[in-house]
Design a binder for this molecule. Structure first.
Ligand code: G3H
Ligand code: ZN
Length: 277
């Protein structure tokens, strides 16, 4: 069932669980994410990034409508989130496409400009019932360069949340986007200090590169929303490569079906790590 992001995040925070948000690029991603969540019996977030919208020719409507329909038909609670939005025009489309939340990403701007742009985004989103996430202290890897040395300062994070009014904060604690091996080491002491300093749930980006034990420890230290993208694409592409070893194969369903299954397995695995029973 399509459910507001804020409700799922608040429930996870109350229950001391991590809530996974997986990146959707194709409709098969959305189907796989929901299949994995149904298998685990746990809620999940489908997130569509600005980059994915660009891939779809700059059109938000088709992939958003497909994802919302998949969410609606799900046997578990599923939220729809618009991720890493730098274009305010795109953010303004979110209310028309059934999103429950937006991540407005002004993290590359100087502090004062990040605050001003994010406060405006918060005013827009809150007036329309949307939950807003933003980022302070740039998580590396968005441009292909991994910079795991960057860290979010707890005192600055507290001031930033008060100044912007955001509902959740993405923080730089050692992860980096688009890693294809799981070797990132998180600063768990910093996560605890951020949790104590900041009154809103914390968000971990670049979680594909974080080993299982580190993810579980991050949730125990206070991380709530956990974003995973690349791990699904590793599963997807690996399965496609294996299927295409048969050079007579031409029907895309013959490689998309195993790719979707492989992504569902990855989803179920991450969910079991983040919400151990
Ligand atoms: O916002 C999306 C995530 O941070 C995904 O990062 O592709 O490194 O897992 P990842
Ligand atoms: Zn991210």
């Amino acid at each position: 069932m399509l459910t507001p992001t804020g409700t799922l995040v608040a429930d996870a925070a109350k229950g001391g669980r991590g809530l996974a948000a997986f990146n959707v690029i194709t409709v098969e991603h959305a189907e796989a994410i929901v299949a994995g969540a149904e298998r685990a019996g746990l809620p999940v977030i489908l997130q569509i990034s600005q980059n994915a919208v660009t891939f779809h020719g700059g059109r938000l409507a088709p992939i958003a409508a497909a994802s919302a329909a998949v969410a609606e038909a799900a046997g578990v609670d599923v939220a729809l989130h618009l991720d890493h939005v730098e274009d305010a025009e795109l953010m303004r489309q979110a209310p028309d496409h059934r999103f429950g939340s937006v991540m407005y990403d002004a993290s590359t701007l100087p502090y004062a400009e990040n605050v001003a742009a994010t406060r405006e985004a918060a005013e827009f989103c809150h007036a329309r019932g949307l939950w807003l996430e933003s980022e302070l202290g740039e998580v590396g890897g968005k441009d292909g360069a991994h910079a795991p040395g960057v860290r979010t300062d707890p005192a600055e994070a507290r001031d930033y949340v008060a100044a912007t009014g955001v509902d959740a904060l993405a923080v730089a604690v050692g992860s980096s986007h688009a890693m294809t091996d799981r070797t990132a080491a998180l600063d768990h002491d910093l996560i605890t200090r951020l949790r104590d300093a900041v009154p809103v749930p914390l968000v971990l980006h670049g979680s594909s590169g974080v080993p299982d034990a580190e993810l579980a420890a991050a949730v125990a230290a206070g991380m709530v929303k956990v974003n995973v993208g690349t791990a699904l694409n590793i599963a997807f592409t690996g399965a496609v490569r294996a299927a295409l070893a048969d050079e007579r194969l031409v029907d895309p369903r013959k490689y998309l079906a195993p790719a979707r299954d492989a992504m569902a397995n990855t989803v179920a695995h991450f969910l079991s790590v983040l919400a151990p029973r």
